[in-house]
Design a protein around this ligand. Structure first.
Ligand SMILES: [Zn+2]
Length: 107
């Protein structure tokens, strides 16, 4: 009987380990998608834990933070002075504000 008990415990530990390995990148990825202002659809890669980690690493280190153009609501680069979709010109103040907001979200 004891062996079965140990087997079950071992099985549960392995399952928990896999779940943690699977959930963590998705959780981190969603967090960073929000911080960087990019689509959360990235984390559909999390359907497989391996790709979940890759998607998270790309989001964390490989993707430039975005802001939303307040005129056309398209997502554009944080430092952009002109919206590439509608040509809206942004003042340095607006850019600084977007940058500051990004820094706050990172905390
Ligand atoms: Zn625009």
């Amino acid at each position: 009987m004891e062996n079965i008990f140990e087997g079950v415990i071992g099985f549960i530990v392995v399952i928990l380990f896999i779940i943690i390995l699977w959930v963590v990148p998705i959780w981190l990825g969603l967090k960073w998608a929000k911080i960087k202002g990019v689509s959360k659809l990235w984390m559909l890669f999390g359907i497989h834990p391996f790709f979940g980690w890759i998607a998270f690493l790309i989001l964390r280190y490989g993707v430039e933070p975005r802001k939303q153009c307040y005129k056309c609501k398209e997502s554009i680069k944080m430092e952009a002075q002109i919206c590439r979709y509608c040509g809206n010109q942004m003042s340095q103040e607006e850019i600084n504000y977007a940058m500051k907001e990004y820094q706050d979200r990172k905390k």
